[in-house]
Design a protein around this ligand. Structure first.
Ligand SMILES: [Zn+2]
Length: 475
């Protein structure tokens, strides 16, 4: 029923904003954003933001003052994996019931989405089963926003603080029945996608402290495999065809001239920093010299515990920040006069919450905030809010983060201190998460917020982000 209702809403919006009325009179046109930037804090719910704001002691941050502020539901189509033996069971819907959600933490802890299904919903506008990368419950291949953008002649990219072939970036670029098929997903991202920019970790030649490994490498699946990775690095900026696990693969053309465009690989901190200014290569794969995350997975030192303050263990100094990666990515993407789409993920906010690491959550949130500030500054300097749409949201909540008890607010302990806060889960939850939007078309999201939560207010579904973008990007 909700779906029928939404279709009516869409028709209503179309009728109100249709570019040309029947009698030819000019009417208010739907905006068509030149640039769309979606920033995802993985596992970031309301209290992850409250905790960070209390620690920083600077009041609400820039995204919290965006004109459109709604809540968002993110449950998957079905919580289990796709079951080919029982196709009918793949359609069992989960859901979010506000009346139960605020009474029963057990309810919030079941049937939650994981990041692949959430990213697929955000990127394609279709809810799916957990662990799906760009595939529907019927096992159809879904079209993602990167593909939409490329079909419109725009540039497109994904940037993350975790592995580039990990669930969230993969959900915006690739198609695979299962997120754990990393080697296949990495190969699809590098050879079958028309992405202009892909940035994220996963370099098997390094450990989680950024130390170059001389003996055995870390797991190589995030970059296909070791044989491929060495050849790929050697061919940076020039080679277009590679042997990928015995199959000859050629990179795609990104700018429509039918000539395959090789990847230029950016790895060192200095190279990431240099990418922020001046002329850029046409196509960039940015993989910092570290294994799983930029900072969150580094070895704990100085007696750091889960309750320690942020920065107890000094940062790895040889990798860029998310802000620096984003700056470089935007410098590549903005070369296209038709505009671009980019998904930017603070990925390790989720990892810190899975591990219930309070200090490291704050570190990752501050890194994400810095990137948001950078994007806002970029829009205001190089573009404007009439042509760019910026969305800041999450993909699900991780850790059931609350104060002294579940559903009790966090207590502010002042700037530079951890607030009184506790994790009540080591996994994802179904709790509603915040959605902030500003710029071209953002106000239209209010029309989609047709469900209501007594505490969080009107909320949208995660699928509606891409559904509105599809509408705005109809040519
Ligand atoms: Zn996630």
């Amino acid at each position: 029923m909700y779906y029928q209702f939404r279709y009516c809403l869409v028709l209503l919006i179309l009728a109100l904003f249709s570019r040309e009325s029947v009698n030819g009179q000019a009417q208010k046109a739907l905006p068509s954003p030149k640039n769309i930037i979606i920033m995802i804090g993985d596992g970031v719910g309301y209290n992850h933001i409250v905790a960070t704001d209390y620690y920083l002691g600077m009041g609400p941050q820039v995204h919290e003052k965006f004109p459109v502020r709604l809540a968002m539901a993110h449950y998957p189509a079905k919580a289990g994996e796709y079951d080919s033996a029982k196709p009918e069971s793949n359609f069992l819907a989960t859901g979010y019931n506000p009346a139960i959600a605020w009474k029963d933490t057990a309810y919030l802890k079941r049937d939650f989405t994981e990041s692949a299904a959430a990213a697929t919903a955000l990127a394609t506008g279709v809810k799916t089963y957990n662990n799906s990368i760009g595939m529907s419950v019927e096992h159809d291949t879904l079209v993602n926003l990167v593909q939409w953008a490329k079909a419109m002649g725009k540039s497109a990219g994904v940037v993350t603080t975790v592995g580039f072939s990990h669930a969230t970036p993969a959900g915006f670029v690739a198609h695979n029945a299962t997120r754990t098929n990393y080697a296949q997903i990495a190969a699809e991202m590098l050879f079958d996608s028309r992405c202009d920019v892909i940035m994220g970790c996963g370099d098997p030649m390094y450990d989680n402290d950024g130390k170059r490994l001389t003996g055995k490498w870390s797991k190589t699946k995030y970059v296909v495999d070791s044989v491929f990775w060495l050849k790929f690095l050697a061919g940076s900026g020039k080679m277009v065809s590679y042997d990928v696990k015995g199959e000859k693969k050629t990179v795609k053309d990104v700018d429509g001239d039918r000539i395959p465009d090789p990847w230029t690989i950016v790895r060192g901190l200095g190279d990431f920093q240099a990418l922020q200014k001046g002329k850029t290569p046409k196509r960039v794969l940015g993989v910092p010299e570290i294994y799983e995350t930029l900072q969150q997975s580094r070895t704990e030192r100085n007696n750091e515990s889960d309750n320690s303050l942020p920065y107890t263990t000094p940062f790895v100094s040889t990798v860029p920040t998310l802000r620096e990666m984003v700056n470089g990515a935007l410098n590549v993407l903005d070369n296209n006069p038709k505009g671009f789409f980019v998904m930017i993920e603070g990925g390790a906010t989720d990892w810190a919450s899975h591990s219930n690491q309070k200090g490291r959550l704050i570190e990752e949130m501050v890194d994400f905030y810095d990137a948001i500030n950078q994007v806002v500054a970029w829009v205001e300097k190089n573009s404007n809010w009439n042509e760019t749409l910026l969305i800041v949201t999450g993909d699900h909540e991780t850790g059931l983060l609350w104060g002294e008890h579940p559903f009790v607010p966090l207590t502010d302990q002042g700037k530079g201190n951890l607030p009184v806060m506790n994790y009540y889960s080591g996994n994802h939850t179904n709790s509603l998460i915040p959605f902030y939007a500003k710029g071209s078309g953002s106000e239209l999201y209010r029309n989609y917020a047709d469900e209501y939560d007594s505490i969080r207010g009107p909320f949208i579904q995660n699928t509606e982000i891409a559904q509105l973008i599809h509408l705005l990007w109809i040519k």
